[in-house]
Design a binder for this molecule. Structure first.
Ligand code: ZN
Length: 197
């Protein structure tokens, strides 16, 4: 019997879904350990599902990706470029990254419709019903983050982790992506270093 591969559970520590997207890279600051959990277009669709990002019907998107693998691969690469642009715009003040997000945002709006459900009182952008849906939805998120107040944007205090988040703690003193993960590991390491010396 072959076991079904476990679905990746994507982290939600960013406080904004554009930062959650950046956090799909684990150990970003350690080239040897770095893991990209968005390895394919299908992973991007799964990320959108888990994050509640409306990027089109997941079954239809998986199906389309099987039929048009070259387009899916291009869209996957474009999403990864957007993810890295979010990181570099916020944490490296990269003009090229900001320009990429601006271009993708304008492009996403050009291909989307502003719609309202029968029951809702607000209008929302509906992204195109094709393989470019996830990229459009993610471009809207990236722009939304970029034009928000970024005073609370932080990077985890761990040397290798590289996860980013909005520090919304009351005293704005959050050092770790998660207290149980990087927080605990670093506390233990410090304790052991003290014992040794
Ligand atoms: Zn961390």
């Amino acid at each position: 019997m072959t076991a079904t591969p476990a679905t990746t559970v994507f982290p939600r520590v960013g406080g904004h879904r554009a930062f959650d997207l950046v956090d799909t890279v684990h150990w970003r600051l350690d080239e040897a350990r770095r893991i990209d959990t968005l390895a394919s277009f299908d992973d991007v669709v799964e990320w959108c599902v888990q994050m509640g990002v409306d990027a089109g019907g997941p079954a239809e998107l998986h199906d389309l990706a099987r039929k048009e693998p070259a387009t899916a691969a291009r869209e996957h690469a474009a999403v990864i470029a957007l993810r890295e642009a979010v990181h570099d715009a916020v944490f490296a003040s990269s003009t090229a990254a900001v320009e990429l997000i601006a271009r993708e945002h304008v492009d996403a709006l050009g291909r989307s419709d502003l719609r309202r459900d029968d029951t809702a009182v607000t209008w929302t952008w509906r992204v195109p019903d094709d393989l470019s849906g996830p990229r459009a939805a993610i471009a809207l998120l990236a722009h939304d983050l970029l034009v928000s107040d970024l005073h609370a944007a932080r990077r985890c205090g761990d040397d290798a982790c590289g996860w980013v988040y909005l520090d919304t703690s009351p005293r704005h003193n959050r050092v770790w992506c998660t207290a149980a993960g990087c927080g605990n590991r670093n506390r233990v390491a410090r304790h052991q270093a003290r014992k040794k010396s």
